[in-house]
Design a protein around this ligand. Structure first.
Ligand code: ATP
Ligand code: MG
Length: 440
């Protein structure tokens, strides 16, 4: 835990912004996540800077600064073609929505700005105060400002709230989920007083917006070590707050299973959907899973993919019980054609599930059957048939109606399973047979 690690990782254009602030007589610090990440040798996602210069003053120092928001953040475009965010030191006012401060005030010193931050590991700064000698270089001479012992907590593997944890979570309930996300990313545990406060107020997380909950859970599932963090989230009552259906069917092996799927973001095995599906694997009803994902405002495509994964798992488990995969593979292609408009999606999805190591033993033979069916262009949807609805209507001599689609669906199943050849004659005579038998 050495400031030299930050110095070494600091991009040149960020150093340039720090120098410009300093030359103008202001303090300049790297703050928050970048300091934390650099200290553990991880490449920071973004390099946030903080200064006592106000947005107006920054616009004089950086004439091409782009943007200002009411939290005092200015975007400085640098020669690296990146916009670096510089935020005026600030304190947050009270919050009436348990999420965002109602007002902010600009501050003169970094210490006040660090005090508003959520956890000690996120409340460190790297830089030089304006009152330090003018001869010092703003980068090579910079030091770690760490009033809450964040570096020590990071080394010891602890998430600890800055200040009174209960107060901090009531100000902003999202912090409870952030604690879990950081625990998952860095394999941390939660300090007892911080954990106790979460346990007491976990219910507040239910009031967060679905988007925010979903984004934090994405972060947990994309992390290197989600298992322990998920267990903590369950034990502290956060899972019950954000996903009651999951809490109701919770099983102790869920966290480890989730972690065993794929890998963290940035690794070749990264499989966020596989992990998400695993998180809910214990829940029997697809609709409960979809409702939870909808409450987290997950994209339609995600909800859809999770449904597909569950269908594949269910079908391959059934196939295994039935001692054979081919018939289920054919059904799976038809299901994929209906759900995703492409029968070849069945093989694609099976391959993905097999790669996670969580598919049933039968999945491999189902995959072979799907691939063979793809190669033979076996029908899986109405448009694969040698006849269409118009021909069917003409042949049966009846008024068009819902029966046309239903009958085509039935013919697809029959043709796919080889019960009738995919030729116009065979299909039409089969259709007539089915129609006759269904008439009163
Ligand atoms: P990541 O690597 O995921 O971006 P981060 O720590 O940089 O993690 P950000 O959301 O980018 O997280 O926030 C930057 C910094 O702002 C944090 O490190 C923390 O100091 C502060 N911060 C962010 N959200 C909150 C919050 N809800 N409450 C208090 N401080 C916060
Ligand atoms: Mg960040």
């Amino acid at each position: 835990m050495n400031p030299a690690a930050i110095r070494a990782a600091l991009p040149a254009d960020v150093a340039g912004v720090m120098r410009a602030l300093r030359t103008a007589g202001f303090g300049a610090y790297v703050v928050g996540g970048a300091v934390r990440d650099a200290l553990v040798g991880r490449t920071p996602a973004d390099w946030d800077l903080a200064t006592e210069a106000t947005p107006d003053q920054m616009r004089i120092i950086f004439p091409n600064a782009e943007y200002e928001n009411r939290f005092g953040t200015v975007g400085v475009p640098t020669e690296a073609g990146i916009v670096r965010e510089v935020t005026t030191f600030r304190a947050d006012g009270a919050s009436s929505d348990a999420r965002r401060p109602d007002s902010i005030v600009f501050l003169q010193r970094i210490e006040g700005d660090l005090a508003r931050r959520d956890f000690t590991i996120n409340a460190m700064a790297f830089g030089l105060a304006p009152e330090s000698s003018r001869r010092l270089d703003p980068v090579t001479d910079s030091a770690l400002i760490d009033p809450y012992g964040g570096a020590e907590d990071l080394a010891a593997g602890i998430v600890r709230a800055v200040g009174d944890p209960a107060e901090r979570f009531r100000e902003d309930a999202l912090r409870m989920l952030r604690a879990i996300r950081f625990a998952a990313r860095f394999a941390l545990t939660i300090e007892p007083a911080t954990a106790a406060a979460i346990q007491r107020d976990a219910g507040l997380a239910a009031r967060l917006s679905g988007e925010r909950i979903g984004a934090e859970m994405d972060g947990v599932l994309a992390a290197a070590r989600p298992a322990l963090a998920l267990q903590i989230a369950y034990d502290l009552g956060l899972i019950a707050a954000i996903a009651p259906a999951l809490a109701a069917d919770w099983a102790d092996e869920i966290p480890k299973r989730v972690e065993s799927i794929g890998g963290a973001a940035g690794t070749p095995a990264y499989d966020p959907l596989g992990r998400l599906a695993e998180l809910f694997a214990q829940i029997v009803d697809d609709e409960d899973v979809a409702a939870t994902l909808e409450s987290w405002r997950r994209p339609r495509a995600t909800i859809h993919e999770i449904r597909t994964i569950r269908t594949i798992d269910r079908m391959s488990n059934e196939a295994e019980l039935a001692g054979g995969g081919r018939a289920r593979a054919i059904d799976l292609r038809i299901a994929a054609a209906i759900a995703n408009g492409d029968a070849r999606d069945a093989a694609r999805q099976l391959r993905r599930r097999i790669a996670t190591g969580r598919a049933s033993a039968c999945a491999t033979s189902m995959l072979a059957a799907c691939e063979a069916a793809d190669a033979d262009a076996l029908p899986a949807a109405a448009h694969d048939l040698a006849i269409d609805g118009d021909l069917l209507v003409a042949h049966c001599g009846e008024a068009p109606g819902a029966w046309v689609g239903e009958l085509l669906g039935q013919l697809v199943i029959d043709a796919a399973h080889g019960r009738v050849p995919n030729t116009a004659d065979a299909l039409l005579s089969r259709a007539a047979e089915v129609r006759r038998s269904s008439l009163p």
